[in-house]
Ligand binder design. Structure first.
Ligand SMILES: Nc1ncnc2c1ncn2[C@@H]1O[C@H](COP(=O)(O)OP(=O)(O)OP(=O)(O)O)[C@@H](O)[C@H]1O
Length: 572
């Protein structure tokens, strides 16, 4: 709750006001109990004077009228403040994402992030908008009655409380495991969310490969596991909750018989007896209402924990001051790198890449080519060794400047569900329509775009799925071209292309890379034979470098790879 209160810092004023209004409302709600006890006492005493009853009736009326007004105002204030807090926390989370290593975000399942940013933030509504004002008020109200009863007769005050700890005992039986159970329920929801996101995202593959039932089974398993978890959890809670809710309000079990004995012994006055009977009703009701929020209290730890996991996630700490580069040479020194799984995948690499040269990383699958390229593009920060551009350590280059410096074009194409015009313009937000069209012509996109019904205003669909793989690829090339970064990394950028489109795309790439520092990662060695330098990576180490002819002459591994490639082509 303390951390939740910190997260709600900007709205403390509104939340405090709502607590004040709710407490006042509950205190006003106590007035009828006082009024009724006075009236009942008057009736017992045989008082027939109407003027005695009138002020108490008036007090009861005030209590009944003002309580709902204060209650409604308290909830209006708390909701106003809470929805601002939810908005602020969601903005904080979304602003955090770009500061986290790009690679970490790509590696995090989108279902996971969705659960935190949407569902868990939503869960803050109950503790902030309801628990804070209502639970506080529902506890303070009975506490003030109890103090009043203590002043009247401490024995009766204590008697009026006996049933409450008995009821609470049953509640405590489930509360001791509640936080853990709730945390498990969130994990189960996340698993189900992930399965849904994966199922919907992969529906094309599932249908194409006729995997419907199998994958559907995987998805339904998660749904069944989720339902089963909730069923057993609720079953476990049912009896203690019922006992607690039924035992707590039975204050009369002790107040009536013991009070009666004290009354006939002459140690308790009739007026105190009647007041205690009636006010004891006013203790249990609000306390029971307060109990309803105990689960929200236990959930808060998990909710805030999930939010903090993202907010406290590692950030890329780069210098903020823009730097000047004398050239765009890339130097890698003694580079080591491990993913979170711990195993070292890059094991001490040194490399000098000249500016305006065409370079290629080749090697077996899993040898570490993409990892090196992503480290150059700043997906993760280097912790051991150093990468520098133009003599400046990457860590000293502001991230924004680094992202402008390097274009990373990969086979994982992402297009926003927007028009083609806007998807290309994303590479340079200030570009005019004419500039976008000019670039589209240069990248070989213009003709296919014009053949679409709405031309450049065609919406590409979610993830660009209204376009073919080759078309999407050319749009990403156009996006990279308009960005005009001096360093371009092409990670299997031609992977999905068919032979017909290959020439168009190759022409586009040739235009894209003119005058730039290029790093290409390609499995098809024939596409990189003209590279100035080819770096052969094996098991996270640089085992050879040189141009195609040199490597073919000097390196056995490269010869083997080349022969395999040529052989494969012949077979094909
Ligand atoms: N995000 C990641 N988290 C954990 N391990 C990873 C991650 N990405 C890659 N790896 C592991 O790091 C090693 C190097 O992977 P990398 O993708 O750099 O190889 P690669 O040579 O580019 O492979 P490919 O040619 O198949 O794309 C592999 O063992 C891979 O399993």
């Amino acid at each position: 709750m303390k951390r939740l209160w910190q997260l709600a810092e900007e709205e403390h004023k509104g939340l405090k006001l709502s607590i004040f209004l709710a407490v006042t409302g509950v205190l006003l709600g106590m007035l009828p109990y006082f009024g009724v006890s006075k009236i009942v006492y008057g009736l017992f005493a045989g008082n027939k004077d109407f003027s005695f009853y009138l002020p108490w009736c008036f007090l009861i009326l005030i209590g009944y009228c003002l309580k709902p007004i204060f209650y409604a105002k308290a909830l209006a204030e708390s909701h106003k403040a809470t929805f601002s807090v939810l908005r602020n926390v969601r903005i904080m989370l979304l602003e955090k994402l770009p500061r986290m290593p790009l690679g970490t975000i790509i590696d995090t399942h989108s279902g996971d992030l969705k659960t935190t940013i949407v569902d868990q933030v939503e869960k803050m509504e109950r503790p902030l908008a309801h628990l804070l004002p209502e639970m506080t008020a529902n506890i303070l109200g009975p506490v003030s009655i109890f103090i009043y009863l203590l002043i009247l007769d401490w024995r009766m005050a204590l008697l009026s409380l006996v049933s409450i700890p008995a009821g609470m005992f049953f509640m405590s039986l489930i509360m001791k495991d509640y936080a853990e159970d709730y945390s498990k329920s969130v994990a189960s929801n996340t698993e189900m969310n992930k399965a849904i996101v994966e199922y919907v995202g992969g529906i094309e593959v599932i249908k194409t490969f006729n995997q419907g039932e199998k994958s559907y089974g995987k998805f339904t398993d998660k749904v069944i596991a989720n339902a089963s978890f909730y069923y057993h959890w609720m079953k476990k809670c049912q009896i203690p909750v019922s006992l607690s809710k039924n035992i707590s309000p039975t204050t009369l079990i002790t107040v009536l018989p013991v009070g009666w004995l004290m009354f006939i012994n002459g140690s308790l006055e009739m007026s105190t007896f009647i007041t205690t009977i009636i006010l004891s009703f006013g203790i249990a009701g609000p306390l029971l209402a307060a109990i309803n929020f105990v689960d929200a209290l236990a959930q808060t730890g998990t909710t805030v924990g999930r939010i903090d996991e993202v907010l406290n996630g590692t950030e890329q700490v780069h210098r903020r001051k823009r730097v000047h580069f004398k050239n765009h040479d890339i130097a890698i020194r003694n580079l080591h790198f491990s993913y979170e799984s711990g195993e070292e995948v890059i094991k001490g690499i040194d490399m000098e890449i000249q500016e305006r040269s065409l370079n290629a990383f080749v090697g077996a699958s899993g040898s570490g080519k993409s990892t090196i390229a992503k480290l150059i593009a700043g997906f993760w920060d280097v912790e051991q060794g150093e990468i520098s551009i133009g003599g400046v350590n990457l860590l000293n280059i502001p991230l924004e400047q680094l992202y402008n410096l390097v274009s990373f074009v990969s086979q994982d194409i992402f297009l926003f569900n927007d028009t083609i015009m806007e998807n290309i313009r994303m590479g340079k937000p200030s570009a005019s329509d004419e500039e976008v069209i000019e670039i589209a012509k240069a990248s070989g996109c213009h003709d296919f775009i014009m053949s679409l019904e709405h031309g450049y205003q065609t919406k590409v669909g979610s993830g660009g799925n209204h376009l073919s793989g080759g078309e999407k690829q050319r749009i990403t090339i156009a996006r990279a071209m308009i960005k005009d970064a001096p360093i371009i990394i092409l990670d299997e950028a031609t992977a999905y292309i068919d032979p017909e489109n290959e020439q168009v795309l190759q022409n586009a790439i040739n235009k894209l890379i003119q005058g730039k520092t290029i790093i290409m990662i390609a499995h098809r060695l024939s596409t990189i034979t003209n590279a100035d330098q080819i770096y052969l990576i094996d098991h996270g180490k640089l085992v050879a470098s040189g141009n195609h002819e040199e490597l073919l002459k000097e390196n056995k591994l490269y010869q083997a790879m080349w022969e395999a490639h040529i052989g494969g082509k012949e077979v094909a």
